[in-house]
Design a protein around this ligand. Structure first.
Ligand code: ASP
Ligand code: MG
Length: 463
């Protein structure tokens, strides 16, 4: 087996966690297996570095902030019996001095600032990987650091860089073929064509795992985190959630889109393209199976797999007799919203074409209304469009499952439950994938709806 093991920040929060991770790594090193490890920065470190960078920019930087970050790493190294890495400490300090001198001269949002910020952020992953590789060496595991900035090639969109896949894959393969030790890889990092450090967006080390997995054609990518897997619903809303044993990539994406805290969908693309399964596992309970995400799964009666939800959503409803049968209304509507950078979360239009509604975040409703007023000024004046209404304080709920494609009655069941609970539905959309039924209800009723649906769909024996 060829595998990537990726450990997130919470898996490397302190010395004890690092020892636990080292044990998981040691256990995965079976004869004949080839493994690669991708690491995030220690828990909280990226947040701390972002704050430092922003404070420097705003002239509020206090040097102790940097020392606190360094001390945290040094304390862990001491606890693990490792020598302090003087070279790294010196370069970290030097960088911060340079930042302090340089940054007041460059405006906050400039490319310069973003560039420096990514250099600072890269220290988070470099430090955690240095610690892990040194610790593994001290335990007689022949590991070494792979600084992803040498092999992951990106554009210059600092803070959220786009990866050039083929160039990166070639570099990764070449690098790995010349390095036979166990590679401990910095997640989250890349470099542009000039060699400047870039970062791949928050939580970007999942993306790194997927990129290295695809480059190396591994058999499996393991994402080690602090939950038992992807859960059937948000545990803050439902008591009896359970980890979902198996999901297709599409189901995982449908769940993620509507708020479930799983892997961020774009991070799966390289793995998906190569059909590499991803397993989400709990570092603190490694004996549990976790959730397996793969191209297909046996349905085994699992028609629906999970519920996800986002609260605090607004719905805008545009209606008018003059919209019926008129071509191009939707095209104009969604183009004008897109032009203003407004993201639409759900769309529904009745067959009569008399009204179209769509969901957005509440802080975008004013802008959306302005766009509509502008774009449809003529139609509004002529009363072809007679009202544009906004409904606030809503929740979007999605029922997700591959089996719904082939099974009648799920929508019936879902809306029957809502009916029994006397919950009024404001809008409905069934994903064109047929793996997702989404609907909008009042925020105040969302918890009850989700709890009851979870009972009926996932706790059948007790329902
Ligand atoms: N350390 C980075 C972050 O916190 C990347 C990651 O954890 O995946 O966003
Ligand atoms: Mg993280």
């Amino acid at each position: 087996m060829k595998e990537i093991l990726k450990f997130g920040g919470s898996s490397v929060a302190d010395a004890a966690c690092i020892q636990g991770v080292a044990q998981i790594i040691a256990k995965s090193q079976n004869p004949g297996d080839e493994i690669y490890v991708v690491l995030s920065a220690l828990k909280g470190v990226t947040d701390a570095l972002i704050k430092i960078a922003n404070d420097v920019r705003d002239g509020r930087f206090l040097p102790p902030a940097l020392q606190i970050v360094l001390d945290k790493h040094e304390a862990i190294m001491l606890e693990l019996g490792l020598d302090t890495d003087m070279e790294l400490v010196t370069s970290f300090k030097q960088l911060s001095t340079e930042m302090k001198e340089h940054l007041p001269r460059c405006p906050g949002a400039s490319v310069d600032f973003k560039m420096w910020k990514d250099v600072l952020l890269s220290f988070g992953e470099i430090l955690s990987v240095r610690i892990m590789s040194s610790y593994l060496k001290s335990k007689q595991i022949d590991a070494e650091l792979l600084d992803a900035r040498k092999v992951v090639i990106t554009d210059s969109n600092y803070g959220n860089a786009y990866v050039h896949y083929q160039k990166s894959y070639d570099r990764i393969r070449e690098y790995v073929s010349n390095h036979s030790r166990l590679q401990i890889i910095t997640g989250f990092l890349g470099a542009n064509e000039y060699g400047n450090a870039t970062t791949l967006g928050r939580s970007g080390s999942d993306y790194s795992a997927s990129i290295f997995g695809a480059a190396l054609n591994v058999d499996l990518i393991e994402i080690w985190t602090d939950v038992d897997g992807i859960l059937t619903a948000n545990p803050k809303i439902v008591d009896k959630t359970v980890p979902i044993p198996e999901l297709t990539y599409e189901e995982a994406m449908e769940l993620a889109h509507a708020g479930a805290k799983v892997i961020f969908p774009p991070t799966m693309i390289p793995a998906m393209y190569k059909r590499i399964p991803i397993v989400v596992k709990n570092t603190f309970r490694p004996e549990l199976p976790g959730t397996r995400i793969s191209p297909d799964r046996a349905l085994k009666g699992q028609i629906t797999v999970g519920l996800s939800s986002v609260s605090n959503v607004s719905l805008i409803r545009m209606q008018g007799a003059g919209m019926v049968g008129v071509k191009g209304i939707n095209a104009r509507l969604f183009t004008c919203l897109a032009d203003k950078g407004i993201s639409v979360m759900l769309v529904s239009q009745a067959f009569s074409e008399h009204s179209t509604c769509f969901a957005v975040k509440p802080d975008e409703t004013d802008l959306a209304l302005m766009c509509i007023d502008d774009e449809f000024a003529k139609e509004l004046k002529a009363k072809y469009i007679d009202s544009v209404l906004v409904l606030d304080d809503l929740s979007l709920v999605a029922v997700v499952g591959e089996g719904m494609q082939h099974t009648a009655g799920i929508a019936g069941l879902v809306f029957q439950v809502l009916g029994q609970e006397k919950i009024n539905v404001e809008a409905i959309a069934q994903g064109s994938s047929r793996r997702n039924i989404s609907f909008i209800i009042h925020d105040s009723e969302a918890q009850r709806a989700i709890q009851r649906l979870h009972q009926v769909l996932f706790e059948r024996a007790e329902a």
